[in-house]
Design a protein around this ligand. Structure first.
Ligand code: IVH
Length: 672
């Protein structure tokens, strides 16, 4: 008999029980069991499915077909209460915080602190009894939160059982539930496709997902949990400081942050400064750093107010919003001829960045916000995106505020503009501004992603008459570059090698660079995966394009039009004539994700495949191959007798992988 048999039996039993419970709850309105019993069945089910994935039935209540959870949220008391944190904003505030802590414990020595990221997610408490996950709740008002046990159980990195040798009888731990940016964008794309309004930020998305009554919806959305404090623990083991606490949590298998610093106040300051600049490198939002006294004894002596502990504080990052004045409005021409109003602002520093301009999107937006020149406006800057005008401060409008009038003629070529719905467009195909924007887009990060080839270089090469069409990019020589002012030998080499790294690309990458209307990075991949090769796109009908999963009529139409338009076909032909090779989209998604947009360098002799084959695999998967090691290199693949590149990579701390690791990465079988 198979040893999974008793588990299988139990698995079917639970599914049956849950189905019955759902029926009684929904159809008969007579709950069959306590919420907590129901939750523990769900947890057990998820646990079995994680340990024995082969048992998982398609109709499992944790899957897509069935429905989990049958209750509105019940209440959970937090014991002790989940306190909030005081805020500080400046270095001076930090010194005051340090001084206050020292004074309160009558010490004049240095105090040691730990600094952690302040996660911008949703605070939760999670309870384990005898090592098993039992209850999960939101923070609520700090005293009472909502029971979201079944939803927390579906979080991918949430342990349903503690591990290790020191399992406590009881443990409540606190932490944050987060949504990573990539997931946030995926979710919003789906919402927009379904005609739902997108979530404003990952925190709202995480909160909305966690508080879904139906936990199969939370499961469909990938959330993550990270723990940072203990509420209560019943165990023989004593924990005396934050380091021990993190060791303890880690040994129990609980996920904690990778970024924690311990030290004196000077070190804490450095940690803050580092993350202030580098927070955008993270794939999730943080809104500051949290500073905590390390020693638990000292924490007890410092105590807490009824709101927040005296031994911790949050050093918040500066606001990403500010108020300034619209000084004038320019009308910018996009590559498709769309004319967009851009506000020139009285320069203002928002969170360390000097902001001078903000997009107003379209004329309707100008009217919606009722903007005038001279208005004081609230500006928001989020991440790397272009600052946005949120509202005008009506009370501060000067009497001579000027109207913002849309132009009648193209500011670049003076052709009469065409009004299309809420947009104004220049339809002159010879318009120089449009051509320059097309070129700028093609080389940009969202296009072909040719490093060191920015918008200024496009303009300089255009003015030098070396660049007029996209295909010209592939004909640029080092000499052409060296003739430009302020162009050194090194930079010229870099530009040429970036262009070279883009002579062979996969179809999805090529498509997104063409700037087809409505077809960005995501849809390019969808289309490329569905059609395979470029040649197919010349002959596909709109009806066939619509059949692709994820493609609507509007997108199908713009793809069709693009591939049946003489001038765009000429552009493609020119690019191909210039020697660009567009590979079919063949690669499995899992392979693509590890290699896509990564830069590889090879050194030494490979055994199992030729250098050329290896390079082609990287290129076909959307990665880049370059000949020299630089800070931008992601992987050095080392064969036998590696050359000097090996030491250089070591020196720069670049990840070095051996041939067998590379083969694992590309998934050997997929290349047969
Ligand atoms: S410690 C009493 N550590 O910030 C200790 N909180 O503004 C309080 N938060 O409600 C929690 N990251 O949701 C702590 N590394 C971190 C945190 C963190 C985010 C949140 C937490 C809390 C809020 C207070």
């Amino acid at each position: 008999m198979n040893d999974t048999f008793p588990i299988k039996k139990r698995y079917y039993e639970i599914i049956e029980l849950i189905k019955r419970a759902d029926y009684h709850y929904y159809n008969l309105n007579q709950p069959l069991m306590e919420d907590s019993t129901y939750d523990s069945l769900i947890i057990e089910l998820i646990d079995i499915e994680r340990k024995h994935p082969s048992l998982k039935l398609e109709e499992s209540p944790t899957g897509k077909v069935g429905g989990v959870v049958s209750k509105t949220f019940s209440e959970v008391n937090h014991d002790p209460p989940m306190l909030s944190l005081g805020n500080i904003f400046t270095e001076e505030d930090l010194s005051n915080f340090d001084r206050r802590c020292l004074k309160n414990i009558d010490a004049d020595d240095e105090l040691l602190y730990c600094a952690e990221l302040k996660f911008d997610g949703l605070a939760v408490e999670v309870i384990y009894e005898d090592g098993r996950f039992n209850t999960g709740a939101t923070r609520g008002d700090g005293l009472v939160g909502e029971d979201v046990t079944a939803n927390i159980a579906t979080i991918g990195n949430m342990p349903l059982e503690l591990s290790g040798h020191e399992i406590p009888d009881f443990l409540s731990v606190r932490g944050e539930v987060l949504m990573r940016h990539r997931e946030f964008e995926r979710l919003n794309r789906i919402r927009e496709d379904n005609g739902e309004s997108p979530f404003a930020n990952p925190r709202n998305a995480a909160s909305g997902s966690l508080r879904q009554i139906d936990s199969r919806i939370s499961e469909g959305r990938q959330l993550e949990i990270v723990f940072y404090s203990i509420g209560k623990v019943v165990s023989n083991r004593s924990i005396v400081d934050q380091m021990q606490m993190y060791d303890y949590l880690t040994n129990l298998g609980l996920p904690v942050s990778e970024h924690i610093e311990y030290g004196n106040i000077g070190k804490i300051k450095k940690f803050y400064e580092y993350w202030l600049v580098n927070r955008y490198r993270l794939d999730f939002d943080i809104d500051g750093v949290v500073i905590k006294v390390i020693d638990f004894n000292i924490r007890d002596r410092l105590g807490a107010t009824n709101k927040a502990p005296r031994w911790a504080t949050a050093w918040k990052f500066p606001a990403k919003e500010a108020i300034t004045v619209i000084e004038s409005v320019d009308w910018q021409i996009g590559r498709t001829g769309l004319i967009t109003p851009v506000a020139n602002l009285r320069p203002i520093n928002i969170g360390g960045v000097l902001v001078k301009r903000a997009s107003l999107h379209n004329y309707n937006e100008v009217m919606r916000l009722d903007l005038r020149i001279g208005d004081s406006v609230r500006i928001k800057r989020a991440g790397d995106v272009i600052p946005k005008v949120i509202e005008a401060i009506r009370e501060e409008r000067p009497p001579d505020a000027g109207n913002i009038n849309p132009p009648k003629r193209c500011p670049s070529c003076n052709t009469g503009l065409v009004k299309e719905d809420i947009f104004i467009r220049c339809i002159n195909s010879q318009c120089i501004a449009k051509r320059l924007e097309t070129l700028k887009f093609f080389v940009s990060k969202n296009g072909m992603d040719i490093e060191s080839f920015g918008p200024e270089l496009v303009i300089r090469l255009y003015n030098a008459e070396k660049l007029e069409t996209i295909a010209d990019i592939y004909r640029i020589t080092k000499d052409d570059l060296l003739q430009l002012e302020r162009m050194g030998d090194k930079l010229a080499d870099k530009v040429i090698s970036s262009i070279d790294s883009r002579r062979t690309i996969i179809l999805s990458h090529f498509l997104r660079s063409l700037g087809i209307r409505n077809v960005g990075d995501h849809l390019s991949r969808v289309v490329a995966r569905a059609v395979g090769g470029l040649n197919k796109l010349y002959v596909m009908e709109i009806d066939e394009l619509i059949l692709i999963d994820g493609i609507g009529p509007e997108v199908a139409e713009s793809i069709y039009e693009f591939f049946h338009n003489e001038s765009s076909l000429r552009i493609i032909k020119d690019i191909l004539d210039a020697g660009v090779i567009v590979h079919d989209e063949l690669v499995k998604e899992s392979v693509l994700d590890e290699i896509r947009d990564r830069t590889f360098v090879f050194t030494g002799t490979l055994q199992g495949l030729t250098r050329k084959e290896a390079e082609e695999i990287v290129q076909k998967s959307g990665g880049r191959v370059t000949g020299t090691i630089s800070k931008k290199t992601d992987y050095l693949v080392a064969g036998d007798l590696p050359g000097i590149k090996y030491e250089k990579a070591q020196g720069l701390g670049i990840k070095i992988i051996q041939e067998d690791e590379f083969v694992m990465m590309i998934g050997e079988k997929k290349w047969e």
